[in-house]
Design a binder for this molecule. Structure first.
Ligand SMILES: Cc1cc2nc3c(=O)[nH]c(=O)nc-3n(C[C@H](O)[C@H](O)[C@H](O)COP(=O)(O)O)c2cc1C
Length: 184
């Protein structure tokens, strides 16, 4: 599952995520990419009365989101840095669920200014730790990638392509290692 964390009108997250989804599918035919645009998903602010670890969901949108995340084996979060952290819509989508994220690997495609979204990725790792997710060592950080988004399409550098390929390869490796823990 590849999640676009930014929901702003004019976001560059969507073209970056589309590039990443297309490239992963093309370079790793064994991976089926489920591209999640949080705008399309349209979750409200977390509105479940009970802690998600009880899985006593009451809302149809939670049940649908739960099934979709449950079906995923690994995650790529495409997130900008906002005020030294990651995009808030992602936190909201994460908080709806609990077990569905557990014992699954993830990687970050982060972006921002000079920091390349590294603080956003670091902030996310605290949350991922609470959920029992395993962070891939492979990561892609991008400085000012907006300068390379033209007519709604992202134009990556060769190094960015290489690092995305490394993410896909590492997620496959970690997925194989974590599956037994999930009884999958
Ligand atoms: C509310 C807000 C806060 C931001 N804070 C940071 C920041 O702390 N560090 C940084 O490098 N860039 C920061 N930026 C710049 C964004 O990372 C950059 O504009 C990025 O392209 C936004 O991604 P998006 O277009 O997908 O929403 C911020 C942008 C916004 C809108």
């Amino acid at each position: 599952m590849l999640v676009v964390a930014s929901v702003r009108p004019g976001r560059i997250g969507l073209p970056i995520a589309r590039w990443a989804a297309e490239r992963i599918a093309a370079t790793h035919p064994g991976i089926e990419v489920d591209l999640v645009d949080l705008v399309e998903l349209g979750l409200p602010f977390m509105d479940e009365p009970k802690h998600p670890r009880l899985r006593e969901y009451t809302q149809p949108h939670t049940l649908a989101w739960s099934a979709r995340v449950e079906a995923a084996d690994a995650f790529v979060f495409v997130t900008p840095e906002y005020n030294y952290s990651y995009a808030p819509a992602l936190k909201n989508a994460i908080d709806f669920l609990f077990h569905e994220w557990a014992e699954k690997p993830y990687a970050q495609v982060s972006y921002g200014g000079v920091s390349g979204g590294t603080r956003a990725a670091a902030a996310f790792s605290v949350v991922a730790g609470a959920l029992g997710m395993l962070r891939s060592r492979a990561a892609l950080e991008m400085n000012f990638p907006g300068t390379r988004v033209l007519d709604g399409a992202f134009d990556p550098t060769e190094s960015e392509e290489t690092r995305l390929d490394a993410i896909a390869a590492d997620l496959l490796r970690l997925d194989a290692a974590l599956r037994p823990l999930r009884g999958a």
